[in-house]
Ligand binder design. Structure first.
Ligand SMILES: C[S@@+](CC[C@H](N)C(=O)[O-])C[C@H]1O[C@@H](n2cnc3c(N)ncnc32)[C@H](O)[C@@H]1O
Length: 455
């Protein structure tokens, strides 16, 4: 009985008018398309079953029958959550939280986890939801049920069967399933419950980012800065680049709580300054949006090389200031142009990595070998997870800084040596056609080294 799928017929009654209006409104705003919730539920038949996920993982689903038919029939096994890596402890003002028991390096995978429950974001079955929940949860082992019972539940005094309805909204994450987005994109959106990741509290300066792997049906948490033993592992429930009021509103609206993270409640915190700083680093690369603030009107790298009247350290100072702000605000998660748009390249260390690259490049253009070596080492370290070819390129630059493609450019261009300028400009265009192709400019651009040239 526990393994036999149940079928829940479509709703034969129209859901309450106010509910329909609320859902329709929300989806119209989110998708820019009209939506008819009453029509949507009238056509849904749901299947409740356990997914064939390798032991010891368990997962029960309630899915639209069409979506269920399209799901893969087996799933890759995942590493099991290592209990030794985490502690669940009390954290002031936030209930329980997930804490690291060991060091996680920046960009290291912290956790990979299958959900234990998946259900559609929008449901309208013909029977009370509490009956569907009883059917779903009855398929889980006593151990998993006990873990679910311990999750935060605003109405903990209530009967357990009823309280699933209150546990789920606070503890689930919105995910998508690998089904076609046409004709109903909303059919792909689901809520999923994860037993370990659900202990991660929100921070406005999170040390991890979460990504949903639709194909492997798993949630992946990755460290965006080093996490030390004893640190709380935090993620962002809402975009941390929003100003304080925007984050507050989004958290109240979407998750019904007021944020108690350090960036919001630290004594003496200057919210206006924090908003201004966040805005400045988030718009650093966007010349159109960055009309005021510490980074407004910065010259592009090539202009800075050519123009002696532009102060020599203007770019280095700006990128260093941006790195300081990112560190103070805990915004290492920031990735303002992940590989899209002209001159924009994916970078393994997001905006932090782009600023580091930019500083190395400026010191190279200034022929400042000591500082160049410091920053090119940081740029190489930021790529430690990448392929060996890149490592080779960086080690060449470290052993012979003059092989760095823009070495001395500012000096040469500002000195106005016409012949040399002509030669360098030609190099810029043809970098790889002559000389060592692994250190040519095009190779550098490919690895995202000069992604900010177009700024
Ligand atoms: C997914 S749970 C996180 C784990 C939870 N703290 C626990 O005790 O299991 C989400 C709930 O944690 C609390 N929470 C998470 N982040 C918070 C924060 N930054 N400030 C205050 N409460 C927070 C809220 O009550 C929220 O509804």
């Amino acid at each position: 009985m526990r393994y036999k799928p149940s079928v829940v017929r479509p709703c034969d009654q129209i859901p309450p008018v106010e509910l329909c209006a609320k859902v329709n409104d929300r989806l119209r705003t989110a998708t820019n398309n009209p939506f008819d919730f009453a029509e949507h539920v009238r056509h849904r038949t749901y299947v409740v079953r356990s997914l064939p996920i390798a032991h010891p993982h368990e997962c029960v689903v309630m899915l639209d029958a069409g979506v269920d038919a399209l799901l893969p029939s087996d799933f890759p096994s995942l590493p099991t959550v290592s209990e030794a890596d985490f502690d669940v402890n009390k954290t002031p003002g936030k209930g329980l939280g997930l804490f690291a028991r060991r060091l996680f390096r920046c960009n290291e995978t912290v956790l990979v986890e299958h959900p234990v429950v998946i259900m559609p974001y929008l449901v309208g079955p013909s029977v009370p939801l509490s009956d569907v929940y009883a059917d779903m949860f009855g398929r889980l082992s006593a151990e998993v049920l006990q873990a679910i019972r311990s999750l935060p539940c605003p109405s903990s005094g209530k009967d357990f069967k009823d309280s699933y309805e209150t546990i789920l909204p606070t503890s689930t994450i919105a995910i998508s399933l690998p089904v076609p987005r046409e004709p109903f994109a909303e059919l792909a959106t689901h809520k999923a419950l994860f037993l370990t990741a659900t202990r991660c509290n929100h921070s406005c300066g999170p040390n991890s980012k979460w990504e949903w792997d639709e194909k492997k049906l798993s949630l992946v948490l990755t460290a965006v800065r080093q996490i030390n033993p004893g640190d709380e592992i935090t993620i962002a429930y809402v975009p941390p680049h929003l100003p304080f009021d925007g984050r507050r509103e989004a958290l109240l609206d979407g998750f019904a709580f007021e944020c108690h993270c350090l960036h919001c409640v630290q004594p003496g915190i200057d919210i206006r300054q924090s908003d201004a700083n966040r805005h400045a680093v988030c718009t650093f690369w966007d010349v159109d949006k960055m009309t005021s603030g510490p980074f407004a009107k910065l010259p592009a790298f090539d202009k800075w090389c050519l123009e002696p009247s532009i102060p020599a350290y203007i770019l280095i100072d700006a990128h260093r200031r941006a790195l300081d702000i990112i560190q103070d605000e805990g915004l290492e998660i920031l990735d303002t142009h992940p590989g899209s748009g002209p001159g924009h390249h994916a970078h393994p260390h997001r905006d932090v990595g782009r600023h580091i690259d930019a500083i190395a490049m400026c010191y190279g253009a200034l022929e400042d070998a000591d500082n160049f070596l410091i920053w090119i080492r940081k740029a190489a370290a930021a790529r430690e997870m990448d392929d060996p070819e890149q490592k080779l390129v960086f080690s060449k630059w470290m052993s012979n800084p003059m092989s760095f493609p823009v070495w001395g450019w500012r000096k040469v261009f500002c000195a106005g040596d016409a012949e040399e300028v002509k030669r360098l400009s030609k190099d810029m265009e043809n970098g790889d056609e002559k000389g060592d192709s692994t250190v040519g400019l095009a190779a550098c651009i490919k690895m995202g080294m000069f992604g900010f040239v177009g700024k």
